[in-house]
Design a protein around this ligand. Sequence first.
Ligand code: ADP
Length: 471
Amino acid sequence: MRVHMVCILLVIGLLPLYAGMHAMRALYWEYSFEKRVEQMKEQGTALAGQIAQTGYLQQQMQPEVSARLSVLANLMNGRIILLNSNLQVVKDTAEREEGKTLISEEPIYAMQGEIQTYYNEKERKAEVILPIVVGANAENNGQVIGVMIFEGSLADIVSAQELFRENIVVLMIGAAILLLGAALVISWCMIKPLRTLSGQIEHAAETYEGTEMIKSTGYLEVEQIAEAFRGMMEKTVATEKSRQEFVSNVSHELKTPLTAIKVLSDSLVLEPDVPIEMYREFINDINSEIDREAKIVNDLLALVKLDKTSGEMHIAEVNINELLEIILKRLKPLALKRGIEMIFESYRTVLAEIDEVKMSLVFTNLIENAIKYNRDGGRVMVSLNADHRYFYAKIEDTGIGIPEEEQGLIFDRFYRVDKARSRETGGTGLGLSITKSAVQMHKGSIKVQSIPGVGSIFTVRIPLSYVLTVQ
Ligand code: ADP
């Protein structure tokens, strides 16, 4: 990113500079060339006038004209050639072409009265070709009696331009160094908050600590990224903590029955003459511990399965009244054992789109708890109602209740208010977390109200239409 930034800054800085310099150089060339040609035209025209007047083309007897020709040619570091009307060279300040006839396009055009200018790039020369005219006045263009070819050197302008080019190169290198420095400083300043942020994130990701330190000051965008990362890291840390807690709880829960089995079997193995009654009793205990272990494993599997198949819902329209009646019938023997009365109150027939297996798990767990944590001879009331969007199932008991401060915790995995009682009743502490997961998968909610010693009410609210809730 930094390299990109430096490159972009360099290009942005150098390109306009280079273009500006190039344009200036072209302008300088154009201006100097035009000026030089103008000067040559002016002086050439004046001299051509004198030549025409003095008859110099016929006889080169005027030394002052010859002197002026030489002076002008020298001044321009060039050469002047005079041609008569037959295009014969009558005067060459370089004394090379005298007497020769020049037959080419340019003098012919000049003989027709045209002034022409050329630039000879190879020899770095400007060439002005002028007609020599007599008898020209306001009404008359006069008669062309000869041609003046005036060559002037442009070496001085070309060298000045080359110097300019060299200076541009030096200037560009200087500007590039300066810009590079500036670009490095600017990019460092811009990237610094990102570097700090990445360090903070790395530290938090490695140690799962210092999440609250992930913050950035400077740029709003970086602050927003920092905030998003902080939120993400907090969630990750919480998930990791709950994972660790879960693993340690699972290990502990699975170890408890195993330890009991080990103690019981050890006493049987180490004792030499164990009476048969004791054998029976201990084997019975070992058997119930194995049952307990199996129940924990089964509940864990149910929980994992719910997590895994969260996307897989087998939705169908189910009559909730019938479903509740079947579950109550199935649990009746458990209630009867302790003289608990079960009442079902239905306000209307409820048809809802649900996953029947998962919803059965919800109701079974809640009604089973209402029986388990009830007093002998108590009551369990199940009621069902609905409005246009949801159905409500209420499971009410006259049991031991749940202290207020623990009502928020009972849905956590392995949480039990009274461990000893839960163990007695064969509880694993997983029932309510399974229930909550299944309710959430239906986009529903579950609430508890409870008064210790009086009883508890669990209310489940589930949308009647599954598709509607997913949208
Ligand atoms: P468990 O297998 O122990 O019943 P649950 O997850 O079903 O586990 O319940 C968690 C804890 O919540 C129970 O151990 C019990 O202390 C408390 N609890 C649940 N339902 C009731 C209820 N109807 N009355 C009183 N306490 C309850």
